[in-house]
Design a protein around this ligand. Structure first.
Ligand SMILES: NC(=O)c1ccc[n+]([C@@H]2O[C@H](COP(=O)([O-])OP(=O)(O)OC[C@H]3O[C@@H](n4cnc5c(N)ncnc54)[C@H](OP(=O)(O)O)[C@@H]3O)[C@@H](O)[C@H]2O)c1
Length: 390
């Protein structure tokens, strides 16, 4: 039997897959988008190389992983009836981590988040009907809390249907939680809601740069359009992944919903900029909250322009609502159950900034070595090439 994981080629999903492979013994069924088997292998190696050397990765691939080549937006993920049955019959728990985070595209969010999650629910129901499902874990987001201001949000109060949402991403993720509850009422479920996931507190390297770009852009400004005492809820990816792995594998977690966040321990803009500028030996910025409106207008204008500035402004535009809401997400549940708190961002922000700027916001991926790939056979199932490949 295996854990079915979606999103393993993504930032958080790869950390979750690595944690499960390192600390637990179960097999894994991974949904991967790829044209052919080798592309799927290479894509997985790309996402896993932050965690494993190639020989380690290859050993896991050979002994613990079944790749199902498919897409969330296709009926039955685009798998043949036979492949789909094999996936359902070999899955005894689900971690649904894949999503579209494209806050600007309603179409992408509707297709991947809503139709895709419905496909994952149907797979879970098929596994439940065949032999029972141990747990369905869903990686959601604190953005489901909608428009907020100056709040500490508790897990059970986050979803309020009469509240407006900031973007299609938040709206569709909120409805995903609802579908899972309504359609799998008797299956043990865990809903994880990370806050802003930024960097890894263990090392500077990252493969995800969107939010880091926005952070570097802000860190370069001499004047910030924020209130210095506002808090921003940032959590490192390693804390998020550790929590998902530990609670998914726990026979009976204490709660159904967990905020994976820094909660009331979140730091203020003043604390964050002081720490960063001390490390960089630079003057701290001036806080001018009165400039928020002209700043937002400028960002919106720049977002329509080409080039590096346009790209940075475009990112700022989608993240801006989450930077000025002065809202944090209570994390007492996860902290007491794991026995650890997330590392404060100020303790690892400078290495992250240095790594990202020195490497021009890219990660130097290692190629797939030619010799070891010939050595062993990896189990493959999938579309669009069809057929089972050994
Ligand atoms: N990053 C954050 O700050 C943050 C904060 C709160 C919550 N979250 C949640 O955490 C989860 C993971 O986010 P992330 O930051 O790791 O995102 P990411 O790096 O963009 O990864 C997204 C994953 O979803 C997969 N995916 C997207 N569309 C798919 C499709 N049509 N079929 C199959 N797979 C598809 C991607 O596959 P490809 O590689 O093929 O594109 C990738 O593996 C999401 O559910 C997100 O809502 C993230």
């Amino acid at each position: 039997m295996a854990i079915f994981l979606t999103g393993s080629t993504g930032y958080i999903g790869a950390h979750v897959a690595a944690g499960l492979l390192e600390r637990h013994g179960e097999r894994m069924n991974l949904l991967v988008r790829a044209q052919d088997e080798h592309e799927a292998e290479v894509r997985l190696w790309k996402s896993m190389q932050l965690h494993f050397s190639f020989p380690q990765f290859h050993e896991y691939l050979r002994t613990r992983i079944s790749i199902f080549r498919g897409d969330l937006t296709d009926s039955r993920f685009g798998l043949s009836a036979e492949e789909y049955a094999r996936l359902a019959q070999s899955t005894d728990s689900v971690i649904h981590c894949a999503a579209s985070l494209n806050r600007k595209s309603e179409k992408a969010c509707l297709n991947v988040n809503l139709r895709g999650t419905l496909e994952v629910i149907k797979l879970a129901a098929a596994a439940r009907d065949h032999h029972g499902l141990r747990r369905f874990s869903h990686v959601s987001t604190v953005a489901v809390a909608g428009h907020r201001f100056n709040e500490v949000v508790q897990e059970d109060d986050a979803i309020q249907w009469d509240r407006s949402d900031y973007d299609p991403y938040a709206r569709t993720k909120k409805f995903c939680e609802h579908m899972i509850r309504e359609l799998l009422p008797e299956v043990p479920r865990t809903i994880f809601r990370p806050s802003i996931v930024l960097g890894d507190s263990r090392h500077a390297e990252t493969t995800q740069f969107d939010m880091v770009r926005a952070f570097v852009f802000l860190a370069g400004l001499p004047v910030l359009p924020f209130r210095a005492a506002d808090k921003v809820d940032i959590v490192p990816v390693n804390y998020v992944a550790d929590a998902v792995v530990a609670l998914h594998q726990k026979p009976r977690p204490d709660h159904e919903i967990y905020h994976l966040s820094s909660g009331t321990q979140s730091q203020t803009y003043r604390e964050l900029t002081m720490a960063l500028n001390r490390a960089r030996e630079k003057r701290p910025p001036i806080f001018a909250p009165g400039l928020e409106k002209p700043f937002t207008a400028t960002v919106n204008w720049l977002a329509n322009r080409e080039g590096r500035m346009g790209r940075a402004a475009s990112l700022m535009k989608v993240f801006m609502p989450y930077l000025v809401w002065n809202t944090v997400f209570d994390n007492i549940r996860v902290v007491s159950e794991l026995g650890t708190s997330p590392q404060p961002f100020s303790e690892y922000s400078y290495p992250l900034l240095k790594f990202s700027t020195e490497n021009h916001f890219s990660y130097r991926y290692k190629e797939w070595p030619t010799v070891p790939s010939q050595q062993s056979k990896v189990e493959f199932v999938g579309t669009p090439m069809g057929g089972s490949l050994a």
